[in-house]
Design a protein around this ligand. Structure first.
Ligand code: FES
Length: 82
């Protein structure tokens, strides 16, 4: 596999399968020790940005597929959201 894939899991995290680099908003590298990681989508993880399974406790609910009325998030010219 030569490109990363990101899969929003139903009622769970985003699974990211490499190769990829994970950076914070300031461009600092976040150390990743695995080729596949789960990023928190519910906002309740104690190990953000990684999923720690808390989404099950808080009964986070979200579909895997895009919402029917989705509109793209805006991003600056550098591709980063502000
Ligand atoms: S998605 Fe798993 S803890 Fe948030």
């Amino acid at each position: 596999m030569d490109e990363a894939t990101i899969t929003p899991y139903r009622n769970g995290p985003y699974l990211v399968r490499g190769p990829f680099r994970l950076l914070d908003q300031d461009g600092n590298e976040i150390e990743v020790r695995r080729g596949t990681i789960a990023l928190c989508r519910c906002g309740k993880s104690r190990t953000r940005p990684f999923c720690d399974g808390t989404h099950k406790l808080v009964e986070f609910a979200a579909e895997s597929a895009p919402s029917a009325d989705r509109s793209p998030a805006t991003a600056g010219s550098n591709g980063r959201s502000s």
